[in-house]
Design a protein around this ligand. Structure first.
Ligand code: FRU
Length: 472
């Protein structure tokens, strides 16, 4: 299977890399389908970015892990595919997982997806969701995969949906959080503990006072400036006014104190990125001590489309974002290395109604509005602010994406990171974010506002991808 996947990648890479919508400073699948970022870590100066990967089918089929590495966030090596679902413990999918470094060894924990033979619903019965582990070897490849938890190790009231392990240490104890769905369809987090990263015992769970969705995917628990944060992606949450507009949510809860056996979350859920295309984020602490997050620039089961499927690929990863905590909120902004990709900075006084044409679709613009505004971006994107609600709307370029909203008291800066077929928008230096794919002809790269405002604009340079030693 491994050689088939690698061969298919080689045979089809040309088609995908000649697509005008291929992203220039975002990581995307070499061919086929990509979803969640996995196993993020920096080890001895090299950052490893794995991701859910299904190269043979741009609509997604069985998942393995793809792998990029970088030492400077400008040049990336595309590593050969190693983790394919070819073991008894992950035969229907090497699902999402994470990295944890201890004493110079990087340990990975992931979900092995197994579909048992026969007629099953695969939610309440018929599916194995195992926690498996392996380590990173000196030559950049990985060790043999081993199983550490099986369905029978989960509490009796759990469905078969228990996945996406993330490990951290607190007071000398290792903890693992797992996203879970109970048999009663309540989303929550299971917590396991270990003294040696090998034997794991049930510790407790983290849940909300009243049910908040039926399944919580991709949990991540970390501290940011002394505040404990639980990020997760709840499924099954109904839209409430301008909240929870996507099919599945992404966001975080603030937690108090040390890891306890049971935690009922008191704090409300804060949405993290309000765009059409953001899901399954994962964070890690880099060797400089920064908490960096990468998300999947995509979402499953949407009623809007990605026309790149016809061109042999679908989805991408977001820019790496540094997280900080201020005034009770998580702020996010692309890391300095991304900002360093820009050049030709120009400061412009954008006059009401005057259409500014950017040189191309790949730019970083910072706009400084004062009061309500209506801004036009590229072919048909619109950013409107009425003093209370910021809305982002797409027409033809959205392929079914219509409008998303953020409630915000004051908008004093907007950073737009535009790539060939994506935009990431950060409001007030990262207080709010909105990520979307955008599919236009890239012939109109306009920025126009109905009020005068200052703007700084820079062209964005491209990432360089090395494949099998060759630079692109
Ligand atoms: C989130 C998710 C994870 C799972 C993976 C499978 O997008 O559903 O819960 O591990 O994708 O690809």
């Amino acid at each position: 299977m491994k050689s088939t996947w690698n061969q298919f990648e080689q045979d089809n890479i040309e088609t995908v890399s000649s697509d005008p919508w291929r992203l220039t400073y975002h990581l995307m699948p070499p061919v086929g389908w990509l979803n969640d970022p996995n196993g993020l870590c920096e080890h001895k100066g090299t950052t490893h970015i794995f991701y859910q990967y299904s190269p043979l089918d741009a609509n997604g089929a069985k998942k393995g892990w793809g792998h990029y590495t970088t030492t400077d966030w400008k040049t990336f090596s595309q590593c050969p595919i190693e983790l394919v679902p070819d073991q008894e413990i992950d035969r229907d999918g090497v699902y999402s997982g994470s990295a944890f470094e201890k004493d110079g060894t990087v340990h990975f924990f992931y979900t092995g997806n197994i579909k048992f033979e026969g007629e099953h619903d695969y939610i309440y019965e018929g599916r194995g969701h195992y926690v498996n582990t392996f380590t990173l070897l000196e030559d950049g490849t990985v060790s043999e995969r081993k199983n550490v938890l099986r369905n029978e190790d989960y509490p009796d009231d759990l469905s078969c949906h228990v996945r996406d392990p993330k490990v951290f240490e607190e007071d000398g104890v290792y903890y693992m959080v797992l996203g879970a769905r109970t048999k009663e369809d309540v989303g929550q987090i299971l917590v396991y503990r270990s003294d040696d990263l090998e034997a794991w015992t049930y510790h407790g769970r983290i849940q909300s006072g009243s049910a908040f969705g039926y399944m919580w995917e991709c949990p991540d628990l970390f501290e940011l400036d002394g505040q404990k944060i639980l990020m997760t992606c709840p499924q099954g949450v109904e839209q409430q006014g301008l909240k929870y507009e996507n099919i599945y949510q992404n966001g975080y809860f603030l937690l108090d104190g040390k890891m306890k056996e049971g935690t009922e979350i008191a704090a409300p859920f804060a949405e993290f990125d309000h765009g059409f295309d953001f899901y399954a984020p994962q964070t890690y602490r880099d060797e400089k001590g920064r908490r960096i997050l990468i998300g999947w620039m995509g979402l499953p089961d949407t009623d809007y489309a990605n026309p790149t499927v016809e061109r042999g690929w679908q989805h991408a990863l977001t820019l790496p974002r540094e997280l900080t905590f201020s005034n009770g909120k998580v702020f996010q902004f692309p890391i300095k290395e991304v900002l360093d990709l820009s050049c030709d900075e120009r400061k412009i006084e954008l006059q009401a109604g005057h259409v500014f044409e950017a040189e191309g679709p790949c730019f970083h613009a910072t706009l400084f509005p004062e009061g309500p505004f209506s801004i036009g971006l590229r072919q048909d994107a619109e950013l409107n602010y009425d003093g209370k609600v910021l809305s982002f709307a797409l027409k033809d370029s959205g392929y079914g994406r219509d409008v998303r909203h953020i409630e915000v008291e004051d908008v004093h800066s907007i950073d737009v990171f535009s790539d060939t077929s994506s935009v990431e928008i950060f409001v007030n230096g990262g207080e709010h974010a909105l990520t979307s794919r955008i599919y236009d002809a890239m012939t109109s790269n306009r920025i126009v506002s109905d009020t005068d405002m200052d703007m700084t604009i820079r062209a964005m340079g491209s990432y360089c991808i090395e494949r099998g030693g060759e630079k692109e």
